[in-house]
Design a protein around this ligand. Sequence first.
Ligand SMILES: Cc1cc2nc3c(=O)[nH]c(=O)nc-3n(C[C@H](O)[C@H](O)[C@H](O)COP(=O)(O)OP(=O)(O)OC[C@H]3O[C@@H](n4cnc5c(N)ncnc54)[C@H](O)[C@@H]3O)c2cc1C
Length: 467
Amino acid sequence: MTTTPSAPITVIGGGLAGSECAYQLSRLGHDVVLREMKPHKRSPAHKSDALGELVCSNSLRSDNPQSAIGMLHAELRRVGSLILGAADLHRVPAGDALAVEREGFAREIEGSLRRGRVTIVGGEVTALPEGTVVIATGPLTSPALTDALAPLVGEKLYFYDAIAPIVSGDSVDLSIAWRASRYDKGGDDYLNLPMDKEQYLAFVQALRAGEKVKPHEFEEPRYFEGCLPIEVMAERGDEVLAFGPMKPVGLVDPRTGKRAHAVVQLRMEDRAGTAWNLVGFQTRLTWPEQKRIFGMIPGLQAAEWVRMGQIHRNTFIDSPRLLASDLSLKREPRLFFAGQISGVEGYVESAACGYLVALSVHARLTGTTFTPPPGTTALGALYRHVTGEAHPPDAPYQPTNVVFALYPSLEGKKLKKADKRVAYAERGGRDFDRWAPLAPHPVAPRPVPAPPVVPVSAAPGAPATHS
Ligand SMILES: Cc1cc2nc3c(=O)[nH]c(=O)nc-3n(C[C@H](O)[C@H](O)[C@H](O)COP(=O)(O)OP(=O)(O)OC[C@H]3O[C@@H](n4cnc5c(N)ncnc54)[C@H](O)[C@@H]3O)c2cc1C
């Protein structure tokens, strides 16, 4: 089948990847039909009718440009990403993380799409449409479409993720909870709930003994290591949580002046602080058990739950073996895959993948060359992951967030961890600058880093102090 440049491109799925992809294609001059099954049908995790819905945490993770995810933020800002732009406009305080007020964020996305050359069509897609198609239906692709894809992509792959509960702000006991970020990084953005050793060990015991949602008989739970359910962590040892999501370091309880044995952190879901999520508390405990066991946390005895934690299935294809270097399906090159279904993990990574696919579809339809950013950039590292370049040839393909392990290693002398981050960021920034003229759209210049704050005592001419 041939596709004329004027035929609209179909993007299936209006999540993070599909919205970004549709927006970028529209910006590059293409007509797009964005087909989203909401509001007619929703996956078990999607709760709103909005496009670009954040199904779990409202955090797009660290904005520090010397982290792999922070580099990805920076690059997406430079290429004019819809998702990063909306996040920046609807940011809520969360330390060095980029967290958003989700309704405003989603409204922004839909508004931008509607102002472009994108026609949004509601309803589940159950068979593959004609023409050029981008499949961006995410980890919870509807069963009918999964079945339609199965003959093309072979074995269905899946593992399990679990989502964290959300509590209403006014039900948290503020005589116990105090506001602070670890080591004061980011001010007082988190609410902290302390536990002494006895309370903590009783809590760990309760997590282990609590009733869990059972997977179907034919499904063997396989968790992503970066998003383990809290009860699975509790099973791994008494102190695993106290060294993990409940680590008390960098936090002093103002009531006692001491560090607690463990701390539960709550992160703001909206700017007004009406809802807070329990950081790292993704779980597959049954809902009544969550209410009982999380009610043992000091400060949450009278908690009102806005949403309980859940277990969910994640669907993805074996991209390195199935996709060509332009991210289209080798067996049927008119089909492209973007977002979590292609094996990236995370909101921002999914949006980034939607961006890369838009560049590739544009190149195909205009007869130009698709040149992804180099592997030393965050976008290029994700491309290396999806195409298999970042992994040994026989390694089983697993979804991943953007991490430095996906980048080509740094040459030269051994560096300390902090210096390595700086080196990755500098090398990526330089290589991104070199790639920028090859993009089919303008790329913003690299932001000039803010000058370091010079302490008054060190400023030229300031009197020396000994304090
Ligand atoms: C429960 C859960 C919790 C998660 N928590 C986090 C988190 O906290 N942080 C994080 O960074 N990542 C998280 N993820 C991982 C993931 O990166 C996000 O799910 C991200 O939204 C994926 O983006 P996407 O665009 O690929 O898919 P989605 O954002 O899920 O978008 C896919 C869209 O396709 C639609 N769709 C599905 N099937 C069809 C069909 N047949 N026809 C038409 N439309 C269809 C869906 O309704 C949906 O709107 C979570 C995933 C899940 C499932």
